[in-house]
Design a protein around this ligand. Structure first.
Ligand SMILES: NC(=O)c1ccc[n+]([C@@H]2O[C@H](COP(=O)([O-])OP(=O)(O)OC[C@H]3O[C@@H](n4cnc5c(N)ncnc54)[C@H](OP(=O)(O)O)[C@@H]3O)[C@@H](O)[C@H]2O)c1
Length: 302
């Protein structure tokens, strides 16, 4: 009885993409203070937007967090239609739904909306110009959110890593089991961010706005990243250094990590040479900042 009364006053949050890195991390933070429902691909398939209305009609959350996305950057080049369906058309539908029921839409996006022609940190006022299908589809998704929602937050982040899911750190560790030498790109500058740091920051934002969404004036795009930039080679070397302390005899500790230029690496999708995001706006508007990529790697290797 008391529990039911408490539930009545808790904010309702709907999280989409519950099996992903950020979706999984959100479970730890959100379940502590709100009434949260997590949906996975089986519950709501972003490739099947015709089913959206029927599947969403019974939900009336205060917040919808969309952490679902087509995230395979290279594969998106060959499956363009699929990438646009999930990252753009489904987001169009979702943004209209969120607005129609008065929900706040919190939508994750990426540093790959930028072309990387700069070599100083990208702020939210900079004009995007994506180089890849993934980046283009994510940018289109952002534009639908901005166009359709009166209450929204677009949270752009970069290089998400976590303990369990597929990501840069898990990939290099896996590769080291079969390769004595690993070539890692040293001329693409970005930042890695631990999924739990992103989730914690997102939860803190929602807590700040939960009771005042009607009068809130902080809606918009935010960059959410640690405060230092690095290359994939820097990240790999540091990950190995931490791993060596914790597990010196493992294949990852033994493998040789070599720097390689993007032009020699032959990635299917073109990526920005520089896509480091400055998160000053997040700090100024919400007093939130994320730890740097070294801390993120230490958490994940741990
Ligand atoms: N990963 C990165 O390095 C990175 C960098 C910058 C920005 N971001 C952004 O951060 C957000 C979350 O990234 P993440 O790393 O948590 O991604 P992730 O681990 O790849 O998870 C993606 C999620 O989307 C779901 N999904 C994919 N296709 C779907 C479909 N057709 N219908 C329904 N669900 C579908 C996946 O479900 P299944 O488990 O069933 O596949 C999974 O739950 C995304 O917006 C991404 O663009 C990520």
């Amino acid at each position: 009885m008391v529990f039911r009364q408490v539930l009545k006053f808790m904010k309702k949050i709907l999280v989409l993409g519950s099996t992903g890195q950020i979706g999984t991390a959100l479970k730890n933070n959100l379940t502590k203070w709100c009434d949260v429902t997590f949906l996975n691909r089986n519950d709501l398939d972003f490739s099947d937007i015709e089913s959206f209305s029927a599947k969403l009609k019974d939900f009336k959350p205060d917040f919808i967090i969309n952490s679902a996305a087509y995230t395979n950057v290279d594969q998106a080049e060959d499956f363009k239609e699929n990438a646009f369906q999930v990252n753009s058309l489904a987001v169009e539908k979702l943004s209209k739904f969120a607005n129609s029921i008065g929900s706040v839409l919190v939508h994750f996006s990426t540093d790959y909306v930028f072309d990387g022609k700069k070599n100083t940190p990208y702020s939210e006022t900079e004009i995007p110009n994506p180089l890849s299908i993934y980046g283009k589809s994510k940018l289109e998704g952002e534009q639908f959110v901005e166009m359709n929602c009166s209450k929204f937050l677009i949270l752009r982040t970069s290089g998400v890593i976590s303990k369990n899911n597929d990501n840069f750190v898990s990939k290099i560790k896996k590769l080291s089991k079969t390769k004595k030498k690993l070539s890692v790109i040293n001329d693409q500058i970005t930042a890695l961010n631990f999924s739990s740091y992103i989730s914690e920051a997102t939860s803190k934002i929602l807590k700040q706005i939960e009771d005042n969404t009607e009068n809130e004036n902080r809606w918009g795009i935010y960059h959410m990243s640690g405060s230092e930039a690095g290359s994939w080679f820097d990240f790999a070397i540091y990950a190995q250094k931490i791993n060596l302390l914790r597990d010196p005899s493992s294949s990852f500790s033994q493998t040789k990590i070599l720097p390689v230029a993007s032009r020699e690496f032959n990635q299917k999708a073109k990526r920005p040479n520089y896509s480091f995001l400055t998160s000053d706006k997040l700090k100024n508007n919400f007093d939130i900042s994320l730890p740097n990529w070294e801390k993120s790697i230490s958490e994940v290797i741990g």
